[in-house]
Design a protein around this ligand. Structure first.
Ligand code: DX5
Ligand code: ZN
Length: 230
């Protein structure tokens, strides 16, 4: 049984109440992962949160943490997130000369390893190393801020990797991040995405848990590669 996965991004949550914000999307039919955007004001122009807050959040929720590191020098800074207990630690392809070496360290520290690519980054340059990763995160906005408009031009990257997964050449989850909403999730699902990050569409909604369910249902109707129970 496979269902579309939804990863609410706490970038759009209330940072002073993160435990409560995690709790409202937890439980049956709720978030599969909680997406945590780490930004360092170097790799991206914005600054958010770091390891101490992730460590606290790990104690406050059972939802697996999907840490998206928009940071320079991930070889140095990424493994501690894995050691702390993050489920998934995703680094940016553009931030290091040797993504596979960082993936190895992340996996050795006990987490799944993800590779993120910015909208302008060519996926063809990274197909060879995707075997070293557990997830590919296709950015559908420029990293740095929530609430931006979805860039549909990136969907061919998801479709390319979906084909490689379906043909058995690769084993990894295809994740998309940026501008995912009730209006855009179907096109991403149709391109073969497995996991959908949604910040403003979840935490900007009156009923965040309801928004997670609605997004998953909408993705399910448009996901040709997922075989859904009814
Ligand atoms: C942007 C972040 C996203 C962001 C998505 O740099 O990586 O995870 O929270 O927010 P929405 O869903 O509002 O585009
Ligand atoms: Zn993100």
């Amino acid at each position: 049984m496979t269902q579309p996965m939804i990863a609410p991004s706490i970038l759009s949550a209330d940072f002073a109440r993160l435990a409560d914000e995690a709790a409202i999307v937890a439980g049956d039919g709720g978030a599969d992962w909680l997406h945590v955007d780490v930004m360092d004001a170097h790799f991206v122009p914005n600054l958010t949160l770091g390891l101490p807050i992730v460590e606290s959040l790990l104690k406050a929720t059972d939802i697996p943490l999907d840490c998206h590191l928009m940071i320079a020098d991930p070889g140095r800074w990424a493994p501690p997130y894995a050691e702390a207990g993050a489920h998934n630690v995703t680094i940016h392809a553009e931030a290091t000369d040797n993504p596979s070496a960082v993936a190895r360290d992340i996996r050795a520290a006990g987490a799944k390893a993800g590779l993120a690519v910015k909208p302008g980054t060519d996926i063809e340059d990274y197909l060879e190393i995707l075997k070293d990763f557990d997830t590919l995160l296709v950015m559908s906005v420029e990293p740095g801020f929530g609430g931006q408009s979805f860039i549909a031009d990136v969907l061919h990257k998801a479709a390319t990797v979906r084909r490689l997964v379906d043909s058995g050449e690769l084993t990894l989850l295809v994740e998309i991040d940026g501008g995912i909403s009730m209006d855009t999730i179907e096109q991403a699902a149709a391109a073969g995405v497995d996991c959908f990050v949604a910040g403003s569409a979840v935490y900007g909604a009156h009923d965040p848990a309801g928004a997670v369910r609605a997004l998953r249902e909408k993705a399910a109707t448009a996901s040709p590669h997922l075989h859904l129970p009814h």
